[in-house]
Design a protein around this ligand. Sequence first.
Ligand SMILES: Cc1cc2nc3c(=O)[nH]c(=O)nc-3n(C[C@H](O)[C@H](O)[C@H](O)COP(=O)(O)OP(=O)(O)OC[C@H]3O[C@@H](n4cnc5c(N)ncnc54)[C@H](O)[C@@H]3O)c2cc1C
Length: 388
Amino acid sequence: MSTPTPPAASAYSRTNPFPAKMTENYPLTKPGSNKETRHMVINIDGSGYTYTVGDSLAVYPRNRPEIVDQIIEILGFDANEIIPLQGGAQKTLKAALTENFALNRVNKKFVRLHVEKLPDGDFKDKLSIILADETELENFVYSRDYIDVLIEFPGGKWTAADFVATLMRSNPRLYSIASSPDAHPGEVHLTVAVVQYTTHNRKKYGLASGFLANNVTLGENNVLTYITPTKHFHLPPGDTPLIMVGPGTGIAPFRAFLEQREFNGDKGKNWLFFGDQRRSTDFLYEEQFENWLKTGLLTKLTTAFSRDQAEKIYVQHRMIQEGAELWQWLQEGAYFCVCGDAKHMAKDVNKALIEIARAHGGYSEEEATKYIEVTLAKTEKRYLKDVY
Ligand SMILES: Cc1cc2nc3c(=O)[nH]c(=O)nc-3n(C[C@H](O)[C@H](O)[C@H](O)COP(=O)(O)OP(=O)(O)OC[C@H]3O[C@@H](n4cnc5c(N)ncnc54)[C@H](O)[C@@H]3O)c2cc1C
């Protein structure tokens, strides 16, 4: 019997990202939602990339053309001026501003130099007062981009090279892969929440999510990407019960897990907790999950729509309500996986797990905490997190 040849390592990487092609980009949220979350299909044919469910795709963002053009116009720059970049590379100013730097939020370094470049007068005085107070400066930069500052405090004289030297590099953003490579060969699916807000009467977008949602032409090889393999967020063995808690975009890797389990014909039970604001507008992948419930791939689907009733109900509340059964699954060897918001959700889910171990496992608070955070998470490695 011949040994299978391992896939050749890709020639592409973080330092040499693959120009991938977006082929689909459509909203998962419905009209009337407070959010905009989109499904995107990225074709990685020709990249040599291989991935497993649980991995992420990194995307190099680009600034919106109108932002780049407006900055060049306000500052009176020549778009074709050649700008030296780190590592000896050089580009036109327009290309450098588009590809290399984050222009969606102003930084303090720029503001501190801008005040020196302003002619004497009210604008300079006002900005000096803001700069004298660190808290005010924090608040000032939080809600503004470069154009806001250039409009509010006009008249600063910059050279293109000095301006570029103040800018922050545009870093790649990670997105949990929402597809199984076996179910969708040559493709990576993403579930992207589009960051958007209006400040100082101008609409702002998150650098990468705004780029992916609004500025990628379908069918062109123009999304620079690389795969970030997960270290620990792996699909458990096929016969193991699996509990997945993935509210909002946290659903992404669980769509991939379930597609993979379906492809493999895995027999392990699957229980998904999903939550968002409203069932009518925010139930991401509703049809696919309802269908998996019918086919039996999903053993249980428990939802928490926080704004569908007077009191806010989140996934952790549903976990507590279903505590006896959830505890039973854990006793049967289930893996517990959580993905999504690290700031609040993952902490509340952790607390709920401890509460369940206390209420149904007969542990004291201290023993329950030890069971969840040490035994389940570290010793048995059955509590996996992909939170951000
Ligand atoms: C492992 C991992 C997996 C991830 N998976 C996913 C995923 O599957 N789907 C997904 O959508 N994201 C995912 N993310 C998050 C993603 O990487 C980006 O952080 C996210 O898309 C925002 O990036 P952005 O460039 O669009 O926004 P940025 O340009 O980084 O802007 C975001 C910032 O905008 C600021 N902001 C927001 N609202 C306001 C406001 N009203 N006023 C002023 N400032 C404001 C906030 O400070 C916020 O931090 C993941 C992250 C990690 C680390």
